[in-house]
Design a protein around this ligand. Structure first.
Ligand code: MSP
Length: 530
C-alpha cells in the first residue's frame, strides 16, 4: 500500500440548473485539498463532473423545450467553465452521459446481480424528484420529504438491491473505521438511519429500489431495456468509472482506488451524506470492491442569514461575486483567490455558515490586505529600493532565528490541520505567522535603522522577512494559488522549489539572491473615492 497516492472527489452536479455557491464551495474545498496533497508530495487525482440522468434533469429539459442530451450538454459546459474560472486543478471531468460511465455503471449492475443482491418486485411508495430519493411513510413531515421537497406516490415494477442484508456490515464498518464519516458529529445521523433509530432495529434498512420504468432518461438496465437505473446507483458509480472501471487492472484504479491508504475521499454536502455513507459502501461491499477511506460532509451556506432557495431569489452566483470583487480593483485571479479564501476561512469545514459581503470584506482586509499584503509590500519594496533588490546573510538576531524557526514549522502545523480537513485552522496558522512577522518588523523598525544609517541591521531584518515570506507563500499556495505564485515570483523562487519540503533553512534565500520589483498583491476591498 502506498501512502503517497491520493484520490479526492467532489460530488457530480445535477445539470438541472446553472451552478451556484454550493457547487463552488464543494469543488473549491476539494481543490484546496488536492493542491495541498500535491504540495506534500502526493500523487493526486482530483475528480469532478456532472450528474446528468434522472427525472429531475429530464423534467428541466422538457420545460425548456430541449432534448435531455442537448440540455445536459449546455449545462454541463457551464460547470466545466466554472471549474476553470475557479482555477480548479481537477485531473478529470466526468459526465454520466459518457460511454465510459454507462459501461461502468452497467457492469457494476451486472456484478451486483451475479452476486445475488438484486431481485425484481414492485415499488410502491413516496418519491421526491427534487432529492431523487425514496422516502418511507414514517419519514414524511407534514406530507413532504424531510428536506421539504414535494413527494409523489409511485407504484411501478422495479428491481431492488438487498440493502437490508448490509445493515450489520455497515455498522461493523463504522465501528472498525471510526473516521469513515467526517465530521464525527455527522456519524450519529448515519448510525441512526442504519440502526433504525437510536437502538438497533433489525430490518430497519429497507431494500432499495434501483430501477425505474416510468421515464427513460437514464442508463439502461442490462438485459431489461424498459428499466433505467436509479440515478443514485448510476451517479455513485462515477467515482470508479473515471478510474477505468470495469477494467480493474487499469493503472488508475490500481493506483488511486486500491494502492492508497488515506483515500479515496469523497467530499459531499451534508444533504447527500446518506447516499455516500450508506448506499455507496453497501454497493461496493456487494460487488466486492474495496471501500473508500472517508466521506466528509460539509455544511450549507445561508445568504445574509436566510436559507438559499430559488423561490426566495437569493441564490448566490459565484460569477456575480467575482464581478463584485473586481469593482475594488481586483483582477480576475485576485477575485478568484479572495473568493476561495473567504469560503474556506470563514467557517469550520463541516459547519453551516453565513455568506455576507460585509463579513467577506472584513475578513479579506484584515487577514490578506492589511496583514500579509502589507507585510509583503512594505518589506519587499524596501529590499528592492535599498539594497539593490538583494538579500543578505540572515539569522544574526536571536529573535530573527526564532521567527525563522516558526516559519520552518509552518508545514507541519498546517499539515496537522489539513489532515483533519480543518481548512480554517490551517489558514489561521499562516495568518498568525504573518502577524508574528509584522510584530517583528514593528519592533525592529527597519525604517529607523535606515535613518540612522544602520544598513547592515536593516538588511538583516528585511532579509529575514523576505525569507519568512518565501515560507509563507509556499504554504499559502493551495488556498490562493495565483497570488501566492506571484509572491514567489517576486521573491524569485525557482518554480521547482515551491513544494512544502523546501520550507526549511537549507533552501533559504541566500546572500545576493535578487528579488524582482514588487507589485501590489492583495488589493484592499474598499470603495475608492476620487
Ligand atoms: N448529483 C448529486 C450528487 C451526486 S454525487 C454521486 C447532487 N448534485 S447537486 O448539484 O444537487 O449537489 C450539489 C452539491 O452542492 C451538494 O454537495 C450540496 O450539498 C451542495 N450544496 C447545495 N446547496 C448548498 C448550499 N447552500 N451551501 C453549501 N453547499 C450546498 O446532489
Amino acid at each position: 500500500m502506498s501512502y503517497k497516492n491520493f484520490y479526492i472527489t467532489s460530488p457530480i452536479y445535477y445539470v438541472n440548473d446553472v451552478p451556484h455557491i454550493g457547487h463552488a464551495y464543494t469543488s473549491i474545498s476539494c481543490d484546496v485539498m488536492a493542491r495541498f496533497k500535491r504540495l506534500e508530495g502526493f500523487d493526486v487525482r482530483f475528480l469532478t463532473g456532472t450528474d446528468e440522468h434522472g427525472q429531475k434533469v429530464e423534467k428541466s429539459a422538457i420545460s425548456r423545450g430541449k432534448t435531455p442530451q442537448q440540455f445536459c450538454d449546455e449545462i454541463s459546459a457551464k460547470f466545466r467553465e466554472l471549474a476553470q474560472t475557479l482555477n480548479l486543478s481537477n485531473d478529470d471531468f466526468i459526465r454520466t452521459t459518457e460511454e465510459r460511465h454507462k459501461k461502468s455503471a452497467q457492469e457494476l449492475w451486472c456484478i451486483l446481480e451475479k452476486n445475488g443482491w438484486i431481485y425484481k418486485s414492485v415499488y410502491e411508495g413516496w418519491y421526491a424528484v427534487r432529492d431523487e430519493a425514496f422516502y418511507g411513510e414514517d419519514e414524511l413531515v407534514n406530507g413532504k420529504a424531510p428536506t421539504g421537497a414535494d413527494v409523489e406516490w409511485h407504484k411501478e415494477e422495479s428491481y431492488f438491491f438487498k440493502l437490508s442484508a448490509f445493515q450489520d456490515k455497515l455498522l461493523a464498518l463504522y465501528e472498525a473505521v471510526p473516521d469513515f464519516v467526517q465530521p464525527a458529529s455527522k456519524l450519529n445521523e448515519v448510525l441512526s438511519f442504519v440502526r433504525g433509530g437510536k437502538d438497533y432495529v433489525k430490518g430497519a434498512l429497507r431494500d432499495l429500489s434501483i430501477s425505474r420504468t416510468s421515464f427513460g432518461w437514464g442508463v439502461k438496465v442490462p438485459g431489461e431495456e424498459s428499466h433505467v437505473m436509479y440515478v443514485w446507483l448510476d451517479a455513485l458509480a462515477n467515482y470508479i468509472s473515471a478510474l477505468g472501471f470495469p477494467n480493474t487492472q487499469d493503472p488508475l484504479i490500481q493506483k488511486f482506488w486500491c494502492d492508497t491508504t488515506d483515500s479515496p475521499v469523497h467530499v459531499v454536502g451534508k444533504d447527500i451524506l446518506r447516499f455516500h455513507a450508506v448506499y455507496w459502501p453497501a454497493f461496493l461491499m456487494a460487488a466486492q470492491i474495496p471501500l473508500p477511506n472517508k466521506v466528509f460532509a460539509h455544511g450549507w451556506w445561508t445568504n445574509e442569514g436566510q436559507k438559499i432557495s430559488k423561490s426566495l431569489g437569493n441564490v448566490i452566483d459565484p460569477h456575480a461575486e467575482l464581478e463584485w470583487l473586481k469593482t475594488f480593483g481586483c483582477d480576475d485571479s485576485q477575485a478568484v483567490d479572495y473568493f476561495r479564501y473567504f469560503l474556506l476561512r470563514e467557517v469550520p469545514f463541516g459547519n453551516d455558515g453565513d455568506y455576507s459581503r460585509k463579513n467577506f470584506t472584513t475578513r479579506i482586509n484584515a487577514e490578506l490586505a492589511n496583514n500579509i499584503g502589507n507585510l509583503a509590500q512594505r518589506i519587499l519594496s524596501m529590499v528592492y529600493k535599498n539594497n539593490d533588490g538583494k538579500i543578505v546573510n540572515i539569522s544574526y538576531y536571536d529573535d530573527a532565528k526564532e521567527l525563522l524557526e516558526k516559519a520552518y514549522k509552518l508545514p507541519a502545523e498546517v499539515t496537522f490541520e489539513m489532515n483533519k480537513f480543518a481548512f480554517d485552522e490551517a489558514i489561521e496558522k499562516i495568518v498568525n505567522f504573518a502577524r508574528a512577522c509584522n510584530l517583528f518588523v514593528d519592533q525592529k523598525a527597519p525604517w529607523t535603522m535606515k535613518k540612522e544609517h544602520r544598513y547592515e541591521e536593516m538588511n538583516m531584518v528585511l532579509s529575514t522577512i523576505a525569507e519568512s515570506l518565501r515560507c509563507l507563500a509556499i504554504t499559502l499556495q493551495p488556498f490562493v494559488p495565483t497570488i501566492s505564485a506571484r509572491m514567489l515570483d517576486l521573491l524569485n523562487v525557482e518554480k521547482n522549489q515551491r513544494d512544502l519540503k523546501f520550507v526549511n533553512g537549507d533552501f533559504s534565500l541566500k546572500a545576493d539572491h535578487k528579488i524582482n520589483e514588487p507589485k501590489g498583491l492583495f488589493p484592499r476591498l474598499e470603495t475608492k473615492t476620487t
